[in-house]
Ligand binder design. Structure first.
Ligand code: CO
Ligand code: CO
Length: 346
């Protein structure tokens, strides 16, 4: 089975370019409701709605075309990716519903069974039952989940509440977009695909549970808009900025090599166009550095801020839990801007 042969875009790389999406959404009226704690206006990972003094709902939906060829693995990745937005808000997922677009003409219906089986394996790991869903016939295969979680209204991790002096940590290596591109072109080394897959099926649950003890100031997960795209959302309307240490980032095996060979997904270009202008020293960056920093991620890690004096301990705790975390940089006093230090070697 080669699912990626049947689709034009894979994983979160299929997202509509952020600038384009803004065009459609910017003039729309927002509904005022006292229960609404987080809505779409801050590009956060999920909506948050308070239902009692100590409980709020976290609601999110994510679906996309296959990023790998095996149906069960695709289901696992789609589930881990969808659940991630709840973890990124500091929430605990409680229920999930599936959303399916299925090409009956090209694929056997048993493929859908395998995809859902994969999703169920991850949902079980997340202690989150699948309670229903909706399926339609579609020209291309798409699968994902809508996930509902719970969080204490005062313990929501927003994306735009970084504090001055914070260290930034990211909990997964980068490069799933370019590896998917190499896979589509039949140029991906099994080692790269294997490492990317292992990373994409990994739930952000353990990472989220670990960092909770260290006082997270702000959090998001790194998906289709790439590291800089999601980092931008954390500082764009803020009086703070961030410095990203490119040389210190963890990168999946061969991902930098593929970027250097020009295997850049369309999403990279979109991400660069939209958020490139926020990067102070964009012109100084080598192509490889740019390619990795703007590479669209599928089921990527959490990117969060933590106070400088807790950062080392926090990173150690993550690594001891088997999380492939590393420092991503620090919060600096340059309002709404991102500065990159170091380069990535291809
Ligand atoms: Co997200
Ligand atoms: Co999402």
């Amino acid at each position: 089975m080669q699912l990626t042969k049947f689709t034009t875009f894979g994983g979160c790389g299929a997202k509509i370019a952020p600038g384009l999406l803004d065009k459609a959404l910017c003039g729309l009226p927002r509904m005022v409701d006292p229960g609404l704690l987080v809505d779409f206006s801050t590009s956060d990972d999920a909506g948050v709605y308070q239902i009692s003094p100590d409980t709020a709902l976290v609601q999110t939906l994510d679906f996309f075309p296959p990023i790998v060829d095996d149906p069960r693995t695709f289901g696992m990745i789609a589930a881990a990716n969808a659940l991630s937005d709840v973890y990124a808000m500091g929430g605990r997922p409680v229920t999930a519903m599936s959303i399916v677009g299925f090409p009956l003409g090209t694929l056997d219906i048993e493929v859908l069974g395998e995809i859902i089986q994969g999703a169920l394996e991850i949902l079980r790991e997340a202690d989150t039952p699948l309670v229903g869903g909706h399926s339609i016939q579609d020209g291309e295969l798409k699968f994902g989940l809508s996930v509902t979680g719970l969080v204490h209204p005062r313990e929501v991790w927003k994306n735009n509440t970084l504090a001055a002096g914070d260290r930034l940590i990211i909990t997964k290596p980068l490069g799933t977009g370019t590896i998917n591109m190499a896979l589509r072109e039949g140029r991906a080394h099994p080692e790269a695909v294997e490492a990317a897959t292992r990373s994409m099926v990994q739930l952000n649950r353990r990472a989220a549970e670990t960092i909770r003890d260290f006082g997270v100031s702000a959090c998001t997960d790194v998906t289709g808009f790439g590291l800089i795209g999601h980092a931008s959302e954390m500082v764009v309307h803020s009086s703070l900025g961030m410095e990203i240490d490119a040389a210190g980032l963890r990168i999946l095996p061969r991902a930098a090599e593929y970027v250097s060979q020009g295997l850049t997904p369309g999403g990279t270009k979109n991400n660069l166009e939209f958020r490139g202008p926020l990067v102070e020293n964009l012109a100084e960056l080598r192509d490889c550095t740019r390619g990795v920093l703007f590479d669209p991620q599928t089921s990527g890690g959490l990117l969060f801020g933590v106070a400088e004096n807790r950062a080392e301990e926090c990173l150690k705790a993550l690594v001891s839990q088997g999380v492939e975390a590393c420092y991503a940089g620090r919060v600096i006093d340059v309002p709404g801007k991102i500065r990159i230090t170091g380069q990535i070697q291809g």
